[in-house]
Design a protein around this ligand. Sequence first.
Ligand code: HPA
Length: 243
Amino acid sequence: MIAVIGGTGLSDPALLGSHEIKSILTPYADQEVQLYLVKRGSVPVIFLPRHGREHSCAPHSINYRANIWALREIGVTKILAVNAVGGINENMGPGQIALPKQIIDYSWGREHSFSQHGKVLHIDFTNPYSEPLRASLLAAASALGVSVWPHGVYACTQGPRLETAAEVQRIRRDGGDMIGMTGMPEAALARELDLDYASIAVSVNWAAGLGDEEITLESIVKVLNAAMEKVIGLIDAVVAEAA
Ligand code: HPA
């Protein structure tokens, strides 16, 4: 089964149609993780809004371990993660969708491994995203005529504040093409549990110091809402192909 992890702009399960709630207890939280079973076409898909359905959980406070564990527990094998990003690379202007290939992790203090409980997991993370899933997304994009940039290094910052201009320049020198706050440890935890994982990254602003306008939540949400139809189109095409 495929899961969609929705980020900013994709938190309301109603965006994916009517749903049934599945509550999953995990070893990583007292509270159950709420997963939403939706149907895309006739195919069941699990939806998980990582910030909560009210968009109230900040990137550093998300219980990534409970989320990924719950997805595996319910039978998910593939994850399409939607991530809002700020663009650094000239190809990553607001509204652009990317399928990043690599990650640099600048986040800290997050529970980032299942290893603490049981055997030590030295996963191979050379290529952090699933190539077959990226290929399916790319094929869907060309069939639908949606422009996606199938490259790029996703830099994960801690947030919830945005970066300083100097931090963005440092990340650019490091090779970062886009910046988000939620790509890690989500991707690594998925790999630890052997789940295929790819990101649909949506640029919602130029990263700090690179654009003319102030970055506001309103402007971010506006760009995201405009891109969401394309994102859902890509998800639907991959879900239909995998069914
Ligand atoms: N930086 C980090 N995360 C983000 C940004 C940004 O500029 N835009 C959307 N998520």
